[in-house]
Design a protein around this ligand. Structure first.
Ligand code: ASP
Ligand code: MG
Length: 457
């Protein structure tokens, strides 16, 4: 069997769902389990409704809900045709009435708890999976709607619950295996689950990829396909560098580094359950299904190029903390990191010397308060409009002289910080944001002019 996960843009409207249906139809002999996201933007809209209701603004909440109802009715109507839709309409209506009732309840209490947030957010995947299952059936596929809340079990950390694998695996196996044995196509919502007691939970934003990996790992899938709206992972952002090429195969660790530094395709941590079982994961494009995408494998493929990709993360602020009077005093770094922790500011890159530390953080409004706090310990300067550039590749481990080649290429660029990560597979440095396009293009030319055809398209 295989798992096919379709993200929000792959199910955003009737046309997208039709494309998705055609893709699934082409894979029936491989026994797919289909995991779907909410239609694009729906989770954001549901959370906005929840917040509006939580602040007592019932009117706004219900207005947003009406728009959502209309969008789902339209998609279903278009997909099912009049006769089928008439019956399905009242089925969807029950869900939307339940959502409205929930929003009224939240508004009456004027409080939105994490547990209630999950109840609201779950409607996105409940509705999309229902509509997609009905559309598949209307197209002649033997599909069956499966409620993910009955087979994926989590703890009760609402909004980012942790799966309980043993129990989930058991339930997934007993729910899905009989359906697959009858050649039925199970359709289930990603992202949603429930506690042992049956209370609805969600497993974190973007969690449908995680759901797909949980399902695939539980059933020992031959592979997991993550269908999105790009051709896969690229050597760099094609908007910055038109020469960017598709990466055909990348290791899990390399993909993880890239995701961390801004590549938005997929967060590999979410597919870890599958990778640990050596199940290959593919990123594929539902708008261009014949493209073979990117395969994420547990181990790095052999590659003649040193790097797999260059990522750049903008909107970075450098915080320089210098404390000459702290020379050799212990506890300095701890005091600094405690300050970052108090202000809930996450640090990306760190470079230290005996008496100073430079750190990068995502630019945000907490920085002035953080700097004021740090100023009690040391001299503090901070500077925004910086960018992290990160070159990633497992070959970095074994290839000498790479730093010289990278920085030799950038001899005229002001480099603010350098770090060769503990993972040994990334070379990271910080520059002015404005320099990113030029730097990325130059490095791409140096390291990707000749490509290993086994690894790059
Ligand atoms: N719909 C959820 C979200 O937007 C989960 C997902 O799409 O992966 O976060
Ligand atoms: Mg996603």
């Amino acid at each position: 069997m295989i798992v096919m996960k379709f993200g929000g843009t792959s199910v955003e409207d009737a046309k997208a769902i039709e494309r998705t249906a055609a893709i699934v139809k082409g894979r029936l002999s491989q026994k797919p389990v289909v995991v779907v996201s909410a239609m694009a933007k729906v989770t954001d809209q549901l959370l906005a409704m929840g917040r509006a209701a939580g602040s007592g603004d019932r009117k706004t909440a219900l207005k947003l809900s009406r728009a959502l109802r209309e969008r789902h009715y339209n998609a279903a109507g278009e997909l099912l045709g009049t006769a089928l839709f008439t019956q399905f309409h009242s089925d969807l209506g029950i869900d939307f009435d339940a959502l409205d009732e929930l929003l009224r309840g939240i508004a009456a209490v004027g409080e939105l708890t994490p547990r209630t947030t999950d109840h609201v957010a779950a409607f996105g995947e409940l509705l999309s999976s229902k509509i997609i299952n009905a559309a598949f059936s209307a197209q002649g596929m033997d599909s069956t709607l499966v409620d993910s809340r009955e087979c994926i079990v989590t703890d009760n950390t609402h909004t980012r619950a942790t799966p309980l694998f043993e129990e989930s695996n058991k339930r997934l196996e007993s729910k899905l295996a009989p359906l697959l044995a009858e050649n039925r196509v199970p359709v289930m919502g990603g992202f949603i689950a429930s506690t042992k007691a049956g209370i609805t939970t969600t497993i974190g934003r973007g969690g449908s990829d995680f759901s797909a990996a949980i399902v695939g790992a539980a059933l020992g899938a031959e592979r997991i396909e993550i269908w999105t709206d790009v051709d896969g992972m690229m050597t760099t952002d094609p908007n910055v560098c038109p020469e960017a090429r598709r990466i055909k195969v990348i290791s899990f660790d390399e993909a993880a580094e890239l995701a961390y530094f801004g590549a938005k395709v997929l967060h590999p941590a979410t597919v870890l359950p599958a990778v640990q079982k050596n199940i290959p994961v593919y990123v594929l494009n539902s708008r261009n299904p014949s493209c073979e995408g990117t395969r994420i494998s547990a181990r790095a493929p052999r590659c003649r190029n040193v790097f797999k990709a260059i990522a750049a993360k903008k909107r970075i602020t450098i915080v320089d903390v210098a404390a000459p009077r702290m020379l050799l005093a212990h506890g300095f770094l701890r005091a600094i990191f405690e300050a970052f922790d108090r202000h809930r500011v996450a640090v990306d890159v760190v470079a230290t010397s005996e008496v100073s530390v430079s750190l990068t953080v995502d630019s945000n409004e907490s920085i002035p308060a953080l700097a004021a706090d740090l100023a009690q310990l040391a001299d503090v300067k901070y500077e925004g409009r910086k960018a992290i550039v990160c070159l990633v590749g497992e070959n970095l481990r074994e290839t000498p002289g790479i730093a010289a080649r990278v920085f030799g290429e950038l001899a005229d660029v002001k480099i603010r910080m350098i770090s060769q990560g503990a993972s040994e597979i990334n070379l990271t440095f910080v520059i002015d944001e404005d320099a990113v396009p030029e730097v990325v293009r130059r490095l791409h030319k140096t390291f990707f002019s000749e490509l290993d055809p086994g690894v790059f398209a």
